[in-house]
Design a protein around this ligand. Structure first.
Ligand code: GLU
Length: 471
């Protein structure tokens, strides 16, 4: 196989979301797996909808996800520039070539005329297509319209008697009859280039061998194959990825929870977990928890199937996140938790060791980083437990004995734990009663952390102070 080159080509018109990250990830995995190159190209040809100037956010997100593209605005490369807005002269050259080869014609139809024709075709239950009015204009008619300064666009002369085919990794060969396709526009009235044209010219100029993108681009692909052939170039291999759907089977949208990357990041999802989840959905893998290198290793592009729907399941992503957090390096996890804690509590006086101790105690209970806030709340708020509350964890007749045995204790954990065992036996207090009661006094919750962990996290002084209750 020749040198594989894939590309991720986002338009900076909205927030990065789970769908385009999946596309980015698969392009990345495919390139690395095949010892090729993955290019980042910013498709910023629509200044009115340019939501993220310079595509700063997109690039930050990608580097947060650890998806490092070998070529792109930051890394540079021999096919620069990587912003479409800076590639106008390349498009112009390609346009001139098509004009010279007589592949194009001017279309003077107004938007309103086109819309009226479209509605008529729909009413007649015909597929809406450009009817070729301007393709039939004579040389004189064109000159006349030009003299009158009627605005126009360039359209491609599609050979409607031709059939085309291209290869799709999940669907093998796809065949299309061009009689069903329009003479598509390659420029707009203001002289700028259409998406179909610029995107295809870039793929040619950047030597892209594999185009992995959403299946919503399938009809664009047909037009682009027509263009590639007009330029006499090799048609790339495609993989039209199934569109992500929500739980109800509808196309995922910004109204769906967990759709935007920014939201996931804020809620405390790890980049490792997001890549892991997006890498395994739609496929089947023996081991579901995988790092990026493991994903690359496990991916088998020879057995891709086309599934019409891939469901986005936030619960599964949360489970994967939980698994990642549970096995995360403790010191790094503590650093990741800090911003969440800082927002809620005053932690400026706490040492890294103390924070680490707290994080360690709850690490396996966290689903997201944000969970740290509620899980360690007990530390910052000393609970006040009444006798009535204690009666939920221990037989009421034993409460007074329990209180007196816990009051004003001190010393090491070893000493205290031996003392506890002896005292509990003396007062006929069961282990369950004992530990649930101690836990509720220390944290406000009868379930949860190990008492020894609490001893370490709270420190001796605070630990014994919480056990000394005057109620
Ligand atoms: N800019 C297009 C998009 O964001 C790129 C499509 C493609 O990958 O070709 O949908």
């Amino acid at each position: 196989m020749k040198n594989v080159r894939t590309r991720f080509a986002p338009s900076p018109t909205g927030l990065m979301h789970i769908g385009n990250i999946r596309t980015a990830l698969l392009n990345y995995i495919f390139a690395i797996k095949n010892k090729g190159t993955c290019v980042l190209r910013i498709e910023d040809t629509d200044p009115k909808r340019n939501f993220d100037p310079g595509a700063e956010k997109i690039q930050q997100h990608l580097s947060w996800l650890n998806l490092t593209f070998q070529e792109g605005p930051q890394s540079g490369g021999s096919y620069a520039p990587y912003f479409q807005s800076q590639r106008t002269s390349i498009y112009q050259e390609h346009l001139d070539y098509l004009k010279e080869q007589d592949f194009l014609y001017r279309c003077f139809c107004t938007a309103q005329e086109l819309e009226t024709k479209r509605q008529r075709q729909i009413a007649m239950k015909k597929p809406p297509r450009y009817d070729g009015t301007c393709r039939k204009l004579t040389f004189e008619q064109v000159q006349h319209k030009l003299a009158e300064k009627i605005p126009f666009i360039w359209r491609m002369k599609v050979n409607h008697s031709q059939k085309i085919s291209f290869n799709d990794l999940a669907r093998n060969t796809l065949n299309f009859d061009l009689k069903n396709f329009s003479d598509f526009p390659v420029t707009r009235e203001d002289g700028s280039f259409t998406f179909v044209f610029a995107n295809c010219v870039d793929d040619i100029a950047m030597n892209i061998t594999h185009v992995l993108r959403g299946e919503d681009h399938l009809t664009n692909t047909v037009s682009q194959v027509v263009l590639v052939q007009a330029f006499g170039k090799e048609v790339p291999t495609f993989w039209h990825l199934s569109i992500l759907c929500n739980k109800t089977g509808k196309k995922l949208s910004k109204r769906d929870q967990g759709f935007s990357l920014e939201d996931l990041k804020t809620a405390g999802f790890l980049p490792e977990a997001i890549c892991n989840y997006l890498g395994i959905i739609g496929g089947s893998f023996e081991n579901e928890i995988m790092s990026l290198p493991e994903l690359i290793e496990a991916y088998n592009f020879d057995s891709i199937h086309s599934t019409s729907q891939v469901r986005y399941d936030l619960e599964k992503l949360t489970w994967i996140n939980h698994k990642w957090i549970a096995q995360y390096d403790l010191a790094s996890l503590t650093n990741l938790c800090k911003p969440y804690l800082e927002k809620e509590y005053n932690i400026s006086q706490l040492s890294h060791e103390t924070l680490q101790c707290l994080v360690k105690a709850v690490q396996t209970d966290m689903q997201t980083l944000q969970d740290i806030v509620k899980l360690v709340k007990f530390y910052f708020n000393r609970p006040k437990i009444t006798k009535q509350e204690l009666s939920t964890t221990i037989d009421s007749v034993k409460i007074d004995n329990l209180i007196s045995m816990l009051t004003n204790q001190h010393g090491s954990w070893e000493h205290f734990s031996t003392y506890l065992k002896d005292e509990a036996k003396k007062h006929n207090i069961s282990n369950k009663e004992l530990f649930s009661s101690i836990r509720i006094l220390l944290t406000g919750n009868s379930k949860g952390l190990q008492i020894h962990d609490l001893f370490v996290c709270l420190g001796q002084k605070e630990f014994f102070a919480r056990l000394t209750t005057t109620q």
